[in-house]
Design a protein around this ligand. Structure first.
Ligand code: KDO
Length: 332
């Protein structure tokens, strides 16, 4: 039985696409590489806007950037595994999720270590990070392209009781993202931590299933948590960062020039997001007060002392490379 030309052509396309996928590189029309990114961030978050405005266009000549926001493609914390299985090309990773796979990353889940967006950039570019980056590439098959400033994490509560020290958080059901390192941070703050995905947060605050959460002010505004909470406690307990990541297998298939363009586009996207987040952090205390929230300045030294004591006595500190805390503190 003869096979029609159309069918033969279609079978040729399928075979070609299958070969490309087998090589671990998603096939695309016009020879562009598909770069699917999955993240729990919303499409209006500054990190998303930076990637849409700068990263996608910056690599458009050889790749198709396809972002999936609100964890609609992969659940928060499962993206690294999806990349390892070849089902995803990019993610916005946190040190806390990397720490579940490479324990030494937990050094960056410790409160009050990173001091500012500028300190983050200098630490990320410092040789002190080389071994962690190499382990992440070699063991997880993930390359860190650039650092994303998430912001200063503050405590955001449904209750009205003023919080001055960690003792005031005793018994408070504080949602933290789902991983050991995150849960420990909640405990180190003095609260009763509960694991919950970011996408469930608004409803849980609205229903009272939790007493509060922690996130930078831009996130509190972007996800409208101010509608279902009553106060912000300016602990600034973690100057938080994420990493724009790409599958090492996909990265290795690009030419040196394409890799240069990927890095430049990643840095441009992260710079746009960082500048926007910093501007918002300056403006949003007034915004939260206008929305009727109390904004308290706690005894930050009491929080810093308590959190650092808890971490240094914890199992996490045993996984930290010798001398790394001092090296990070010495970066100015
Ligand atoms: C969160 O779940 O609270 C968190 O802030 C953790 C971050 O690492 C990051 O995943 C962030 O959520 C999402 O990007 C949503 O902003």
């Amino acid at each position: 039985m003869s096979i029609s030309t159309t069918r033969r052509h279609a079978m040729g396309l399928v075979a070609g696409a299958a070969a490309a996928v087998a090589a671990g590189v998603p096939a695309r029309a016009q020879g562009k590489v598909l770069l699917r990114l999955s993240a729990p961030a919303t499409a209006t978050d500054q990190r998303a806007l930076g990637l849409i405005d700068k990263f996608g266009p910056g690599v458009a000549s050889f790749a198709e950037f396809q972002p999936h926001w609100n964890a609609t493609l992969f659940k928060q914390g499962t993206e690294i595994e999806a990349i390892a299985r070849g089902n995803l090309e990019m993610s916005i990773a946190s040190a806390q999720e990397l720490a579940t796979l490479i324990p030494a990353w937990s050094i960056f889940t410790a409160g009050y270590l990173l001091r500012s967006a500028d300190h983050q950039l200098k630490v990320f570019a410092n040789p002190v990070m080389d071994d962690l980056k190499k382990q992440t590439e070699d063991k997880l098959g993930v390359k860190l392209l650039s650092v994303m400033y998430l912001g200063k994490r503050q405590i955001n509560l449904r209750g009205e009781k003023e919080v001055k020290t960690p003792a005031d958080l005793a018994g408070v059901k504080l949602r933290m993202p789902p991983s050991d390192a995150w849960q420990f941070l909640g405990k180190a703050l003095g609260a009763n931590p509960l694991p919950m995905a970011f996408t469930e947060l608004y409803t849980a605050l609205q229903s009272g299933a939790i007493d509060g959460q922690d996130n930078p002010l831009p996130t509190v505004r972007d996800s409208k948590f101010y509608e279902v909470t009553k106060q912000i406690v300016l602990t600034a307990h973690l100057v938080d960062w994420n990493f724009l990541t790409i599958s090492k297998k996909v990265w290795d298939k690009f030419t040196p020039d394409q890799q240069k363009q990927l890095l430049a586009a990643a840095d441009a996207a992260c710079k746009q997001a960082r500048d926007a987040q910093l501007k918002l952090e300056d403006e949003l205390v007034a915004f939260m007060k206008e929305k009727g929230l109390k904004v308290y300045e706690p005894d930050v030294n009491a929080f810093r002392t308590h959190v650092q004591k808890e971490y240094l006595a914890s199992k996490f500190a045993k996984d930290w490379p010798a001398g790394m805390v001092d090296k990070i503190n010495a970066i100015n």
